[in-house]
Design a binder for this molecule. Sequence first.
Ligand code: 5GP
Length: 191
Amino acid sequence: MFNGKLIILSAPSGAGKTTIVKKILERCKNELAFSISATSRTKRSNEIDGKDYYFLSESDFKCKVSNNEFIEWEEVYKDLFYGTLKSEVEKIWKNNQHVIFDIDVKGGLNLKQQFNSNALAIFIKPPSEEILKQRLINRNTESDENLTIRLNKVTEELTFAPQFDVIIVNDTLEQAIQEVELAIKQFIGNQ
Ligand code: 5GP
């Protein structure tokens, strides 16, 4: 029987993990599928409901929490909820694919604890805290208020890195992608 695995990519906001996940999915589209999370945050103009996230109202999100529909969920920023639906992961495994996650550091470690050797937890680290903050500012996706909230969280998030299986520094994007791909292929191949 197919033994579905979890590939977890976590990083502070702005470290480049979403870009890396997208590139990895292009290169490994047969083996891997993206876990679309549910969130209560508002959709950005470049995002598609049901592709980037399942965008839910806060009350719908909380209803799913009470119904025990999440494998993990976090209030990543104050009053903004993000979570992985059990149904999403089961659907992907049924399709004989491994699941790749783009989730926050606490959610990533939560999944690692639940699934142990069936999960590979990768931390994407920026070359420095300063560079990360500059990238986040340049990305220009957030309001000033949200930007400040994200910047303030970076220092705390970086302290979680040593708890991950693999740390990959995103200095040059192409090299980081190659290193992530190699780590994933070794993990999938070795088990
Ligand atoms: P963003 O608002 O920039 O899309 O995401 C904010 C943070 O929430 C990112 O670190 C992202 O990886 C994380 N995130 C996205 N989906 C999930 C999820 O299902 N669970 C958890 N715990 N974090 C998530």
